[in-house]
Design a protein around this ligand. Structure first.
Ligand code: SF4
Length: 84
């Protein structure tokens, strides 16, 4: 119930994660916060709880871009059915 989407709650600079659409900041009952990488749920090359600050990441996608999907299967389906 304490899900946050604000990186300002983190005690450290998040680096790339701070601007990534896959980052989720969660608060704790003790007033601290931690960052979880939601992409790690299906991308085994990523850590669920990356060490911050992240300075380079193959999974980075800007949060400002419109989301396509967190499902790589439907992403490839969408690309395959696109007009050419
Ligand atoms: S994909 Fe990379 S940059 Fe984005 S939240 Fe996960 S670890 Fe951070």
């Amino acid at each position: 119930m304490s899900d946050l989407r604000v990186t300002t709650a983190l005690p450290v600079e998040p680096g790339l994660c701070g601007a990534c659409r896959h980052a989720l900041v969660k608060g704790t009952n003790r007033g601290t916060a931690y960052l979880r990488c939601t992409r790690a749920a299906w991308d085994a090359s990523l850590d669920k709880y990356p060490r911050l600050p992240v300075t380079g990441c193959v999974g980075f996608e800007p949060a400002s871009e419109s989301p396509v999907s967190d499902n790589p299967v439907s992403d490839s389906t969408a690309q395959a059915s696109g007009a050419s």
